[in-house]
Design a protein around this ligand. Structure first.
Ligand SMILES: [Zn+2]
Length: 400
């Protein structure tokens, strides 16, 4: 299909919300997508002087300079009371603020749930989502409700740093068919749960938010005896690609996001965002489009994620590998964010943000010394002091 102009007249976000599921399903099953690049450039040119200056008289898409993270703050944002801000967790040294209005945020959710349109799920689904934080719902609490693609989702949330017993009891009571959320948090729960999870009735695990390492995939599959289907996306663009329940490759949402597998990192142009539109935004992961189309009824092209943001392991004084999951600093009161880096010589540097830095620094130092004994370390206030990293990357290492 041909998208003749963008985002202002993009058909799906402008269709009634109740139709989004069936339209996204239909379009995933239909033929190849073709963009009208010059119409898209025209739309951006008309959007603001920021973009008309950037694009100038260029007609060739590839000649328009990619938008870097440092440029995003300059993109004009439309005036709309429903706009909310989300911050990325800080790839390449600094965070980026992304703004979407209410309709765009709802559409992002529709895109995020697109893979479930092809799962084998009952009409009413219990799902538990692992999120950042140390709070965990109880089974008696009212779930968040969402109807989509003929399925009614009842959702409860579990913080990845919450008490393991409490998460386990939530799962036992709810018997969720679907578990979603932060990959490392699900793995941490599995590692610490001392009981079998196979009899909980979980059919699918759809982790996201982090690069799904093969060993994590296996851990999840073995623990729950469920199908593991990864999701790949970013705060900036929303859901980019999803592992298919039919062919197991990653279908890309190219009908909603122009994706360019640039050698210097993936470029994204979300077509459904008009409040703070991003043209050729450099996300930075290295991905490639697969040669040929998948043998699958879903016609969206497939990609392979070659190199994505991921945590490294830290090496202990005794040469032992210490998993990123060993660091559960989220439970420290008043800690807002942290990043751990290991230098070439093995020494560690822990960066953090807090409104009570003195108390927090002391506790961080104590826990770090416990987790990696005898390794020299420093604790520094200010994550910005570490000029590198990955999107969800909290642990990085220069020691090989
Ligand atoms: Zn497929």
């Amino acid at each position: 299909m041909k998208i003749t102009s963008m985002p202002a007249s993009n058909p799906i976000i402008h269709a009634p919300e109740a139709m989004w599921g069936s339209l996204l399903r239909e379009r995933a099953l239909s033929a190849a997508i073709e963009y009208d690049h010059s119409a898209i450039l025209g739309w951006f040119r008309d959007h603001s002087s920021f973009y008309s200056d950037r694009i100038g008289s260029r007609q060739v898409w590839e000649q328009v300079r990619p938008l870097e993270k440092s440029d995003v703050a300059e993109v004009p944002v439309s005036v709309d009371d429903s706009i909310r801000e989300a911050r990325t967790s800080g790839t390449s040294g600094f965070q980026v603020s992304i703004r979407n209005n209410l309709r765009e945020r709802r559409f992002r959710r529709a895109l995020l749930y697109r893979p479930q349109l092809f799962y084998d799920l009952p009409a009413e689904v219990h799902q538990v989502v692992f999120v950042d934080g140390n709070w965990c719902a109880e089974a008696g609490m009212a779930p968040k409700l969402f109807e989509y693609g003929g399925v009614r989702y009842r959702t409860w949330f579990a913080g990845v740093a919450a008490d393991v017993g409490q998460i386990h009891s939530l799962l036992r009571s709810l018997r969720p068919q679907l578990i979603r959320g932060i990959s490392s948090g699900i793995v941490r729960f599995i590692d610490q749960a001392d009981d079998s999870l196979r009899n909980l009735g979980v059919r699918y695990l759809a982790p996201g938010g982090e690069f799904l390492q093969p060993e994590w995939r296996k851990t999840m599959h073995d623990a729950f005896g469920a199908t593991v289907l990864d999701c790949y996306g970013s705060t900036e663009s929303g859901a980019i690609a999803w592992q298919c329940p039919l062919c197991r490759r990653y279908h890309a949402n190219v009908d909603e996001i122009v994706l360019e597998a640039d050698a210097d990192g993936l470029l994204v142009t979300p077509l459904f965002v008009s409040s703070q539109p991003l043209l050729r935004y450099r996300l930075g992961d290295i991905v490639s489009f697969d040669a040929g189309s998948a043998d699958c009824e879903i016609r969206l092209p497939t990609i392979t994620i070659q190199q994505a943001r991921r945590d490294d392991w830290v090496i202990g004084h005794d040469g032992r590998r210490v998993s990123p999951l060993s660091f559960q600093f989220e439970q420290i009161p008043h800690l807002d964010a942290w990043r751990l880096h290991q230098n070439h010589d093995g020494s560690l540097c822990l960066y953090f943000e807090s409104v009570h830095p003195d108390i927090v620094a002391k506790e961080l130092g104590r826990q770090l010394a416990d987790a990696v004994p005898n390794q020299p370390f420093e604790v520094h206030e200010g994550i910005w002091r570490l000029g590198r990293g990955g999107k969800f990357k909290r642990v990085s290492s220069d020691l090989t």
